[in-house]
Write a protein that binds this ligand. Structure first.
Ligand SMILES: [Zn+2]
Length: 175
């Protein structure tokens, strides 16, 4: 993957990184070059995104393009467990130019390969989020426990509450 993607993935959960990299390699073999356009977000960045398409009372501002339903602490992006990914209009070693057209063959190949790694695709949700992919074994929406652990010990504390392969989430005591 390109350097920008790698930098973003380096801040995400290692399992997510592994899966996106594997999918990227499979995409490249088909002439499709993908980039992580967004990875880990702070709560503040998440809130900025939320209020870019919602009024200050939290209701949807339909004059603005939809970005997210999640406030800070309520998106898997805030815990390094989700990424937004897009293919480039161009090929290898040319400036990246995102192609947001979900029906384009390149986008479809990207979806197929990321899903084949077991990632959940936001395009399957009622509120479609076509460039969003997240780990399947964590909750679709982050939990109170995630937020408490994050407040106590940041990302390492959240990640440590799962097994490495995320196969099952041992419930830790909520103090
Ligand atoms: Zn996303």
């Amino acid at each position: 993957m390109d350097e920008i993607s790698e930098k973003r993935l380096a801040l995400c959960h290692p399992l997510l990184r592994e899966k996106v990299e594997a999918a990227a390699t499979l995409c490249e073999a088909q002439g499709v070059y993908i980039r992580v356009v967004s990875g880990l977000r702070t709560y503040e960045e998440q809130d900025q995104l939320f209020f870019s398409c919602h009024h200050s009372d939290g209701t949807r501002d339909f004059t603005k393009p939809w970005k997210t339903n999640a406030r800070g602490g309520w998106s898997n992006h805030n815990f390094g467990m989700a990424v937004d990914v897009a293919p480039s209009m161009h090929g290898k070693d040319v400036p990246f130019n995102p192609d947001w057209d979900v029906v384009h063959p390149a986008f479809q190949i990207m979806i197929r390969e990321l899903k084949s790694q077991g990632l959940v695709w936001g395009g399957d949700w009622k509120q479609r989020d076509d460039d969003h992919f997240q780990l399947a074994d964590v909750e679709v929406t982050p939990t109170t426990e995630n937020r408490i652990l994050f407040a106590k010990g940041g990302l390492p504390a959240v990640w440590a509450s799962y097994r490495d392969d995320l196969s099952r989430m041992p419930r830790t005591e909520m103090a």
